[in-house]
Design a protein around this ligand. Sequence first.
Ligand code: NAP
Length: 265
Amino acid sequence: MNKYTYRNKLALVTGASSGIGKAYAKELAARGCHVVLAARSKDKLDTLAKEINRQYGVKAYPLACDLSQASAPRHLAEQISELGLSVDILINNAGVGTYGRFEEIDSERELEEIMLNTAALTDLTHRYLPDMLKREDGIVVNVASMAAFMPCAYSAVYGATKAFVLSFSEALWAETRGRGVRVLALCPGATETGFFDSVGSEEMGAGQKLSTPEKVVQAGFRGIDQGRSYIIDGRNNYLMAQMIRLFSRRRVALIMERMSKPKGY
Ligand SMILES: NC(=O)c1ccc[n+]([C@@H]2O[C@H](COP(=O)([O-])OP(=O)(O)OC[C@H]3O[C@@H](n4cnc5c(N)ncnc54)[C@H](OP(=O)(O)O)[C@@H]3O)[C@@H](O)[C@H]2O)c1
């Protein structure tokens, strides 16, 4: 598979205000790509847009939005087209998690999590993939997780949303193969970002060796260059995803429950 040319393309990066999304936006800009930066934190996006423009000389458009709202992807797409822009690369990265006993987690919060992690990602893909296919040129990277490979007790909804992202991306990879568009599920393991703070628990991810957003992003670029359907950041994470297949689903669910149990339960 040929290396993709990023120069003078336009990428939409969701969740660009911090962590993996911010690192993705910077690396795309370093490769000569103009970027649309989407997330809720307007100030952070404005600062990043200025930094990217100054450092890499590409255009950066900060567009604040709450993608857990059903109408947000449509509004975002309208704003992008009002700017006269067309999206060549879609990085569906924005995502949140929840942790704890299912019955104790706020239902509203988990419904927003489902909307953000799956519905917004699907909606944005619907909006941009058809034109990419017409042009026979484009990239869709959906940020999944190691959580996509196993049922995640105490993060049941989060794991399920990421299983959706992985399955959806692999299916689209197969559908679009050979038609000029590359679709990839990027699966990070525990990574040093604001993610665990936003979950509101120090326990989720505790004791795990953390990767960096930059390493995760490099895996994403490698996955695209290699025409992969999914890529996992980190050798140990890769081995774990393969090992899981040797056990029954029941056993995996129970092991995960034991490993993830919050203190005091
Ligand atoms: N860190 C990890 O260990 C890890 C592991 C596996 C997978 N992942 C996945 O990686 C992706 C990026 O997470 P991260 O680790 O970089 O965490 P992060 O630093 O917390 O970044 C999350 C990003 O999503 C944005 N976001 C959150 N809610 C949003 C909403 N309602 N509308 C629009 N944007 C929203 C946040 O910006 P605002 O707050 O400004 O909206 C932020 O830019 C997520 O999909 C996550 O599930 C992370």
